[in-house]
Design a protein around this ligand. Structure first.
Ligand code: SF4
Ligand code: SF4
Length: 440
């Protein structure tokens, strides 16, 4: 079959063989759990608990300010609130609720909804929002908001994103293989919200078992036609705009959202958690994290209570085989190198990758030789070497004029640059500064 492929892209080393056959294993380290109040795109939540208060697993501990974009936060452990204070998180510091686990995982009574398949759109959306569900692919956009596109942008195609194109990560692959029925049930909810839309699950062809599991589960369900579509293995296939193009041939215009071309994209694990929230009454408390890399003693896919400190998680699974040169939160292409390990696993933590020192030796940046490779691989059609120059000159007006804000920070340009230019790092920084100036 001929495949439609977005422009550009790269083939970074997979590293998926370390964990792709490792079944999801629950881990529950004790001790301190840290819940940053801003784990989603939108306004930080307001705490609903006080220092010294006892909490249960599944208890609502923070909610977004009235009328602001955001989703709730629930405790993933039972225990006592030790503090509400600023704590280190990935990429900075944030006001957080600190809960010390009592190790007993005492839960609130979750309200199951036996007639969940009959719920209306108006009933489903508040449950999804109140259950703290965000895009689990890493974007952390509130799911209920994404499921409410403006009335003048009707959705005709719902795409479930199972591409997982980041090297090393296999958490979505495992969720699709082990929880295909939950994803099908989540799809039923999407059908209640968008009854006339075509549904496509897009995943790279390097996940044949996941494809098989989903096809079987959809065939067994009375759900109308759902296409499980294999896509070429090419990074960044899982990026929204690239996935939409691969599935529908539609190009999302610069500065627009997928709904501008009638599409809605949801990560497969997000769809599964929608089902758990709506049918089982279980808010988002845990997530599957791929903990991997050549420096990890026991690479695998672990079901981790949110708020668990990275250091505690690593210790619970056997620690390092060898002292790592770098630990990355997320994947090696789009993730953030950690400067400390006492940061929590949050809703957007899809992976932790610990690389050996030999793999992380940083070559010094060389002058750009105008080879054009970064332009060839940029999936957004940008000229990264020019944007890099404008970023270094702090010429933010020109940076925006040249399309810099369209950069999806995929890192393909840095990956391919023979001069080891710090392209994506400079572009990310420039986007942040230009965005802040625009808001001012
Ligand atoms: S400029 Fe941005 S979108 Fe283009 S390759 Fe570099 S990081 Fe990716
Ligand atoms: S790939 Fe590197 S050296 Fe080549 S044009 Fe781009 S920035 Fe310059």
């Amino acid at each position: 079959m001929r495949h439609r492929l977005f422009r550009g892209g790269v083939h970074p080393d997979g590293g998926k063989e370390l964990t792709r056959d490792k079944a999801i294993t629950p881990v529950a380290p004790g001790g301190i759990h840290v819940f940053p109040l801003g784990q989603h795109i939108g306004a930080p939540c307001l705490p609903l608990v006080e220092k010294g208060q006892e909490v249960l697993r599944g208890q609502l501990i923070a909610s977004p300010p009235e009328g602001k974009l955001g989703v709730s936060i629930h405790s993933s452990v039972s225990g006592k609130v030790r503090a509400i204070e600023v704590r280190p998180i990935v990429g900075g510091r944030a006001l957080s609720i600190v809960v010390e686990s009592d190790g007993q995982a005492r839960e609130v009574d979750f309200d199951e909804r036996p007639r969940w398949e009959e719920l209306s759109r108006e009933e489903i959306l508040p449950i999804v929002s109140g259950s703290g569900i965000v895009g689990l692919g890493g974007a952390c956009f509130p799911t209920s908001v994404k499921l409410s596109p403006p009335p003048d942008a009707p959705i005709d195609t719902v795409i479930l994103n199972g591409a997982e194109c980041e090297p090393y990560l296999t958490c979505d692959d495992r969720v699709m293989r082990e929880h295909a029925e939950d994803i099908v049930n989540g799809t039923k909810l999407l059908r209640r919200i968008f009854p006339d839309a075509r549904v496509v699950v897009g995943l790279e062809e390097n996940k044949p078992e996941a494809m098989e599991a989903l096809r079987k589960a959809y065939d067994a369900a009375s759900l109308g036609e759902v296409e499980v579509k294999g896509l070429p293995v090419m990074y960044p296939q899982g990026s929204e705009k690239q996935l939409i193009y691969a599935v529908t041939g539609r190009a999302v215009p610069s500065g627009k959202l997928p709904c501008a071309v009638g599409c809605l994209v949801q990560n497969v694990a997000t769809v599964r958690n929608m089902y758990l929230a709506v049918a089982k009454g279980r808010p988002l408390m845990d997530r599957v994290v791929t903990v991997t890399g050549e420096a990890v003693a026991q690479p695998g896919n672990y079901l981790v209570p949110l708020g668990t400190l990275v250091a505690d998680l690593l210790e619970a699974i056997g620690g390092f085989r060898e002292q790592p040169g770098k630990v990355i939160a997320g994947g090696p292409m789009m993730g953030f190198a950690l400067t400390r390990l006492d940061v929590p696993v949050v809703k957007g933590t899809s992976g932790l990758v610990a690389q050996l020192r030999s793999a992380t030796l940083v070559e010094p940046e060389q002058d750009c030789i105008r080879c054009g490779r970064c332009v060839e691989v940029c999936p957004m059609g940008l000229e990264p070497y020019r944007l890099n120059r404008l970023a270094l000159l702090e010429d933010y007006d020109a940076f925006v004029d040249e399309g810099g804000m369209d950069c999806i920070e995929c890192g393909s340009c840095s990956y391919t640059c023979p001069s080891m230019r710090y392209l994506v790092q400079s572009l990310r920084e420039a986007k942040r500064t230009a965005g802040a100036r625009r808001r001012k």
